[in-house]
Each structure stands twice: as C-alpha cells, then as structure tokens.
Design a protein around this ligand. Structure first.
Ligand SMILES: [Fe+2]
Length: 356
C-alpha cells in the first residue's frame, strides 16, 4: 500500500462507510429526536416493575416526561406535564394533567412499549416485524420478572451502543467470549435482517465451563431452548435484547445529546423461579453483565473511547461498514441494514453524504 498523507486519510474509502458526523452533529441529533425517537415504539419498562394497581414508573422519550401506570385492568401511559402529590398521611399517586393517553402495548416477554406518535401506523407486533420470533417461545411461554436494574450515562452517541451490539468483531475484546465462544458454530452464526431496520443474530452453543470458575447453564435454560444458547435481537433505533441461556437482558437507550446517552439495563428471570434458581440466574447474569462482570463494562469502555474520538468538534472520519462475510457473525450486514433505515428517517443517504 502506498503512503498516506492526511488528505488521503480523509478521502472516502472504496467500501461502504459513513461519516463520523452521523455521531457528532448537533443538527443530526435534533433531527433524530424529532424524526425517530418521537415516532417509534420504545420499550420503557417491564410490566413486573408495576405489578400492583397504582404502581407507576416515570421515564423520558425524546425529552418528554412520561409516566406508565398499572391501572388495574391494563397498563396506561401518559405524558407527564405536571405531577402533584397529595399528602394525606401517606404519599399517594401523582395526579397527571396530561390527556389523552399515549399509545401503550405490552408485548415480547412483558415489555411495556410506548410511542409519542399520536397516530401510529403499526402495532408493536407489526413494527418489530418478526425480529423476536427466534426467542418468542423462550420469553413468552412463562412470565418473566426483572431482578436487576442499573443505568449508566455514557459520553458517547447512542448509535455507538447500537453498533457495539451489532458488529461482533469487537468480540475479540472480550476475554470471556474468546474463551467460551469462538467455536465453529460461533463463526457460522448469521445476521438476519428484518423490516424497519431490525436484526437478530442466530444462536450457537457457548462452552461456559471453558472459563475458570464458570458453570454450565443448561439446567436453567429459558423455556424451549436447547442448553447454553445465545440469541440477540437488535431493534432499531438502539434497543437490544440478549438471551444467554439462563438469563435475559434488555437495554433501552435514551439519547441526551450527540455525545451523551442514558442506557438502562435490566436482567430477567422467570417469575416462578425458586429462590435457589433465582440466585443462580443472578450469578450467571452478573458474571457477564453485572457492573463488575466480564462483558458489559468492557463494551461501555469501548463506546466511551469511540465517543472521545467522535465528539462534536472532532475532525470528520470515515467509519467503515465494508466487511462482507456471507452475512455471518462478523459481517457488517446488520450495520448496513440499520444505517440504511436510519437514513430514511432523516432523508439522507448515510453512505453517500456530501463531504463538508
Ligand atoms: Fe461486546
């Protein structure tokens, strides 16, 4: 390869690539909030978090405060313009001044989905377009329950959290995954694209016992799963559902700025777990995904580094999506599928952006 000067470095490469402006531009960020997040279905909480009538959780979609309430007969969601609290010895539920209700559905393992769109053209089932089919029997046969919640505000762009869940070649960064995965089945996993920008990743058998101190997870597999499987659903524009045999995780992103994102992590077991089973699931979950686990914080460090290099004001770079490997695990077909959909919402072609 011939030597490269700075001008060569900045030239658009002859493979699929997008501009780092997609991550750093305030203008693009504002369009994303208005054109994407204020329109799509967002998985805001799990129904087990509001089990009793009157229970509620608050959240934010596209900088709008919302409240999700167990109304007894069903779960309802509202914009939260003004919450006042009645104090009569005990704190009572907030009085919500917003009307009408927001569209709200409980779907795919008991997630509560809300959209700010006052006239959604698709149900959650239609919107998710089959992306959950691969894990439907595992998450919809028995009731699930949240056993873990933590959140992180990360100085990075929300799409970089999507990207780390979509491109798998960064798996080389994860010692646990290198040791327990990376068998022939792993490299044969397929990225499967669905309408509306969603992708799922087919499963393989993880060899958990290859990691010192880790135990086999087959006994506690979610319903209707062969032992030690690992499925992943990447939902546009950045919600992730990750089933590692005995424990299930969801990530919900709330973009706060071009270089700031709130990510909420939930871990799930089966509602009918015995205390011993639940403890085992929690151990399995935390081994990999807990704040001191072997995977999730490594991803957070990775995207924080990417956030430093692509923060507002940094020099434009070309982000390559040109890896083609027959749509197997390290192929970037999922990235290309996602960004093609993303461009439709913003009326730009991210693969042919005009250099500024
Ligand atoms: Fe990762």
């Amino acid at each position: 390869m011939s030597a490269r000067n700075h001008k060569n470095w900045l030239a658009k490469p002859p493979v699929e690539s997008i501009s780092s402006e997609c991550y750093s531009s305030q203008e693009i960020f504002e369009q994303e909030i208005k054109n994407i997040f204020a329109k799509v279905w967002v998985p805001v909480i799990h129904k087990s978090e509001i089990r009793n009538k009157g229970d509620y959780r608050t959240s934010q979609i596209a900088f709008e405060n919302i409240i999700v309430v167990n109304a007894g007969d069903r779960i309802k969601a509202y914009r939260l313009y003004d919450a006042r609290y009645q104090i009569s010895g005990t704190l009572e539920a907030p009085i919500v001044t917003s009307e009408p209700e927001l569209y709200c559905e409980v779907k795919h393992g008991g997630m509560v989905w809300v959209t700010l769109d006052s006239n959604p053209t698709q149900s959650v089932e239609e919107w998710t377009a089959g992306a959950f089919d691969c894990i439907a029997d595992a998450i919809d046969t028995e009731e699930l329950e949240v056993f873990h919640y933590h959140k992180a505000v990360i100085p990075t762009n929300y799409k970089l959290w999507h990207d780390t869940n979509s491109e798998f070649y960064h798996d080389f960064m994860h010692y646990f995954n290198r040791v327990t995965g990376f068998n022939d089945e792993y490299f044969a996993r397929k990225n499967i694209a669905f309408d509306n920008g969603h992708v799922n990743v087919s499963s393989f058998t993880v060899n958990y016992t290859e990691f010192a101190g880790a135990t086999d997870r087959g006994e506690l597999s979610f319903p209707n799963l062969p032992p030690n499987q690992w499925y992943m659903v990447d939902l546009f524009p950045g919600f992730n559902f990750n089933l590692r045999g005995s424990a299930y995780r969801s990530d919900s992103v709330t973009p706060l700025g071009p270089n700031s994102v709130l990510i909420e992590f939930r871990g799930y077991g089966l509602l009918n777990d015995t205390p011993e089973e639940r403890q085992q699931r929690i151990d399995h979950h935390n081994t990999i995904w807990g704040p001191f686990g072997r995977n999730l914080h490594e991803d957070l460090l990775g995207v924080t580094g990417q956030g430093v290099s692509m923060a507002p004001g940094t020099e434009r770079r070309n982000i390559l999506h040109g890896r083609h490997e027959n749509e197997t695990i390290h192929d970037e077909v999922g990235m290309r599928h996602y960004y093609s959909e993303w461009g439709k919402y913003l009326d730009i072609d991210p693969y042919h952006m005009v250099d500024k």
